[in-house]
Design a protein around this ligand. Structure first.
Ligand code: FES
Length: 115
């Protein structure tokens, strides 16, 4: 079920916006004009992406240890993480961003990998 996350205007190019949606720690990004949503928790050692992430085009790098993920799919494109970043469906309606945290599109972040 989609739930309201934040006004669309809060999500800006190159920034990572942290929102809590139904208790889920979510990071929002603007990529190619689209709002995308991932877990805010890096699956490598649980650093928070809104504090430690850097956006490079369509990827986000976790500066804690350098793991990099494709924002749209959560695919891990650079180690040390070998797990993907969880992603969520995002929609913009009437100037508001809605996220469906029940439709997680990758394994939940950071539950299976040691530091
Ligand atoms: S916690 Fe993100 S790369 Fe290690």
């Amino acid at each position: 079920m989609f739930q309201k996350a934040t006004p669309r205007g809060q999500v800006r190019l190159g920034e990572i916006v942290h929102v809590d949606v139904a208790g889920e720690d979510v990071a929002l990004y603007l990529v190619d004009g689209r709002v995308l949503a991932t877990s805010n928790i890096c699956p490598h050692a649980y650093c928070l992406l809104h504090e430690n992430g850097v956006v490079y085009g369509e990827n986000v790098e976790c500066s804690c240890h350098g793991s990099t993920f494709k924002i749209e799919t959560g695919e891990n494109v650079n180690p040390p993480s070998s797990n993907p970043l969880a992603t969520f469906p995002a929609e913009v309606r009437d100037g508001e961003v809605f996220i469906d945290v029940s439709a997680v599109q990758a394994p939940p972040s950071g539950r299976t990998e040691a530091v």
